[in-house]
Design a protein around this ligand. Structure first.
Ligand code: SF4
Ligand code: SF4
Length: 213
C-alpha cells in the first residue's frame, strides 16, 4: 500500500462518475493481461455467453502466470488490441456481466487486516470534473457484502498458493497445484442457475480436501 493513500469503503462517495464513459473505451484497449478473472467473473461470463471455460479460452480469455500461479485474464484481440467483448461502437457487449476489474476501474482494491477497501487510481481516467458517486453504486454488484467476502477469501487463497509455490521451489509441486486450482475453480463448469457463493464454498472445501488448502 502506498503511504498516505486514502482508503475507502463501499459506502464512501468518490469522484468516479464519468458520464457513463461517453464514447471513451480506453479501459477496454491495450490492457495486456491485466484484467485478471476470478471465479465469479467466469461464472458471470458463463452465464452471459453460454460458453464454458474451454470455449472462452478459444478466443476471449487467456492464461498468464503471476508469481508462479496460473490465472486467466481477458484477451486483447490481435490486430485491434482490444477486449473481445467490445463492440464496434466502443461499448461493452456484456456490460451487466462484465468482470470485477472492469467494474472497478479507476479504483483499486486494498487488502489488509481491516479487510477489503478501495483506493482511487488518480490519473487512470482522463475525464475531467468527475462527479461523486458511492462506490457500491459504481460497482453495481448485488449482494456486495457477500461478494466482498468472496474477494477476501479468493485473495487470501491466491496469496497462500503463491507463498507455497515460492517456498516449495519445485516444478512438480507448482504444476500440480496449478492444475488442481484451475480445474476446481475455473474449468469445472458452474451451475448458472444456482448461487455462486455456495458453489465457491464447496469448491474451496474440495480444494482444501486435496491437501492444497
Ligand atoms: S478512461 Fe474513464 S471514461 Fe474512459 S473508459 Fe475508462 S473509466 Fe470510462
Ligand atoms: S468486458 Fe467489457 S468492460 Fe471489460 S474490457 Fe471487455 S469490453 Fe471493456
Amino acid at each position: 500500500m502506498v503511504k498516505n493513500m486514502i482508503l475507502y469503503n463501499s459506502n464512501d462517495l468518490v469522484k468516479l462518475g464519468c458520464n457513463e464513459c461517453n464514447g471513451c473505451s480506453e479501459c477496454c484497449r491495450g490492457m495486456g493481461q491485466s484484467i485478471v478473472l476470478d471465479p465469479y467473473d467466469i461464472f458471470q461470463l458463463q452465464k452471459v455467453t453460454g460458453a464454458n471455460f474451454a470455449q472462452l479460452m478459444q478466443e476471449k480469455i487467456e492464461l498468464h502466470v503471476e508469481d508462479g500461479l496460473i490465472l486467466p485474464s481477458l484477451k486483447m484481440q490481435s490486430g485491434i488490441d482490444a477486449c473481445g467483448f467490445l463492440n464496434q461502437d466502443g461499448r461493452c457487449r456484456i456490460h451487466d456481466y462484465r468482470p470485477g476489474l472492469c467494474r472497478l476501474f479507476p479504483l483499486g482494491r486494498n487488502y489488509d487486516e481491516k479487510g477489503l477497501r478501495y483506493f482511487l487510481l488518480e490519473d487512470a481516467c482522463q475525464v475531467q470534473n468527475r462527479t461523486k458517486i458511492k462506490i457500491k453504486k459504481w460497482l453495481g454488484i448485488s449482494l456486495l457484502h457477500q461478494y466482498e467476502e468472496f474477494l477476501i477469501d479468493w485473495h487470501d487463497l491466491r496469496k497462500d498458493i503463491q507463498a507455497r509455490i515460492m517456498e516449495q521451489k519445485s516444478d512438480e509441486y507448482t504444476q500440480s497445484i496449478n492444475v488442481k486450482m484451475l480445474e476446481v475453480f475455473y474449468q469445472k463448469p458452474y451451475d448458472i442457475k444456482q448461487d455462486f457463493y455456495v458453489q465457491f464454498e464447496e469448491r474451496m472445501g474440495a480444494f482444501q480436501g486435496c491437501g492444497f488448502g
